[in-house]
Design a protein around this ligand. Structure first.
Ligand SMILES: NC(=O)c1ccc[n+]([C@@H]2O[C@H](COP(=O)([O-])OP(=O)(O)OC[C@H]3O[C@@H](n4cnc5c(N)ncnc54)[C@H](O)[C@@H]3O)[C@@H](O)[C@H]2O)c1
Length: 322
């Protein structure tokens, strides 16, 4: 098989850097484009001696650069985005621009050049639906446009719609993955991601702050499982034009997560509760449960998450200790 060339937008980020490592391991030639807005050079600096690795520090909003990079690859993994509810609340306009205009530039160029795109979408798309587990065909239940909280979900939903329209009308080969809470080494707690935040708080002896009553439940997946599943989908011809949930379907309450982090770190940090409004500002809405239906990705590529919650917590602790 000829050497495959992958372009990874957002490849200096948390998931992107793990994906790049795995692609290189599999023999791909990899080019990263990242503007380092939430990613970091530290995530990829260990790859810089690899002759099959290249990196451009620039924005995906630059059509000239994107045209060149798309032309010189076989497949694009599109991760570059304003990520996470808290970051988007703080940077609403900028995030709309990146998530919508950035994706449109990419789809247009990949469509013209006939290059496959793997679009990283999010479980946020299901919004506050309470019909769990979330199936790929299920309705999105989003709150009012006046609440900034829903902005992230809306931009990612429009990305999906745009990608499918390019697929149907301009033959863009696209695979859409809806990523559920993914954790592991290199994830930063700066923008409200709960796992690294709890681990940092526990290791520094600060209070572990649980938003709301802590009975909201989530499913945490290991970045290694998620990357493996997505790579299998990228290489599966049948997956083109399809949407897949990817993550872990084992639920845990946020309070229980705080307890596990405290126990595994051996921390003396107290567990404290904080109102959502104090954490995110007025009018914040959250969902009680968020569980992926993983049957489709299981049927297509035999995906099964292998790492349990304690394993994920330990990988984050090891990273933070280093
Ligand atoms: N981590 C999760 O649990 C999760 C859940 C659902 C979806 N996702 C999706 O997965 C993808 C990766 O997320 P992540 O958790 O690794 O976050 P991340 O913030 O670490 O990665 C995003 C990367 O994109 C880069 N970027 C942002 N704007 C850019 C621009 N204009 N041009 C070039 N690069 C730009 C950032 O610098 C960063 O390196 C995102 O699309 C996100 O929406 C992640």
């Amino acid at each position: 098989m000829p050497e495959m060339r992958a372009l990874v937008t957002g490849g200096a980020g948390f998931i992107g850097s793990h994906l790049v490592e795995k692609l290189l391991e599999k023999g791909y030639r990899v080019h990263v484009i990242d503007d380092l807005s939430t990613g970091s050079r530290d995530n990829i600096s260990h790859l810089e001696g690899n002759s099959r690795f290249e990196c451009t520090i620039d924005t995906i909003l630059n059509p000239g650069i994107m045209e060149k990079l798309v032309a010189s690859c076989d497949i694009v993994f599109h991760l570059a985005a304003a990520v996470g509810v808290e970051y988007v609340i703080q940077n609403q306009l900028k995030s709309i621009e990146i998530n919508i205009r950035g994706s449109e530039i990419l789809f247009e160029q990949a469509g013209k050049a006939g290059k496959k795109v793997v679009l990283f979408s999010t479980s946020e798309i299901y919004g506050k639906s309470d019909v769990v587990p979330f199936n790929e065909e299920a309705d999105s239940v989003l709150g009012p446009t006046t609440l900034k909280r829903w902005s992230y979900a809306v931009t990612k939903a429009l990305d999906e719609i745009l990608a499918l329209a390019y697929h149907r009308e301009r033959d863009l080969p696209v695979v859409i993955v809806r990523v559920f809470n993914t954790c592991g080494p290199r994830q930063t707690g700066r923008y409200g991601m709960v796992m690294p935040r709890f681990v940092k708080q526990a290791l520094s002896g600060e209070p572990i702050t649980v938003f709301g009553d802590g009975e909201q439940r989530r499913c945490f997946a290991s970045v290694f499982d998620v990357v493996d599943g997505i790579l299998k989908l990228a290489e599966c011809d049948r997956a083109v034009g399809e949407i897949f949930n990817v993550g872990n379907n084992k639920e845990t309450s946020i309070l229980k997560l705080a307890g596990r982090v405290k126990e595994i770190t051996g921390s003396a940090s107290p567990i404290e509760f904080m109102d959502y409004e104090h954490a995110y500002g007025e009018g914040f809405e959250d969902m009680r449960r968020r569980v992926p239906d993983l049957r489709k990705i299981g049927e297509f590529v035999g995906y099964k998450p292998l790492t349990d919650l304690d394993g994920i917590i330990k990988s984050v602790i090891d990273f933070e200790r280093k």
